[in-house]
Design a protein. Structure first.
Length: 122
């Protein structure tokens, strides 16, 4: 009988250890799934924010490019009164014409420059 009780104790100890290990493994799996979900969510949110910042930055760069062209128009108008300058006239005079970073087209309307993609209040 002593032999049977020792076997029962040994079996119970090993089962108790197996139960503890299964709880630990379950917690690790749940933790990794939870972290993986939050990690992907946080990364996608960061990319979205980055895209918004990039687009806003390009709109501001476009506005600054348009303002530089408008200053060039003012300079050309002073040296050539009575003639409405075009973008090609400004380039011929050596004034650098930067383009819209998003590929919009600039159009000169009087002394103002507009972009096909961005409004004047970028």
């Amino acid at each position: 009988m002593v032999n049977a009780s020792e076997k029962a104790r040994a079996r119970m100890g090993s089962e108790r250890g197996l139960g503890f290990i299964s709880v630990i493994v379950t917690l690790l799996i749940i933790g990794s799934l939870y972290y993986g979900y939050l990690g992907q969510y946080g990364m996608s949110e960061e990319l979205t924010r980055g895209g918004v910042v990039k687009t806003a930055g390009q709109a501001i760069a476009c506005q600054m490019n348009r303002q530089a062209i408008e200053r060039g128009i003012m300079t050309r108008t002073m040296s050539h009164p009575g003639k409405q300058p075009t973008l090609k006239d400004l380039e011929r005079d050596g004034i650098s014409i930067n383009r819209c970073p998003e590929g919009g087209r600039f159009k000169v309307e009087g002394k103002k420059v507009s972009c096909s993609l961005h409004s004047d209040s970028a």
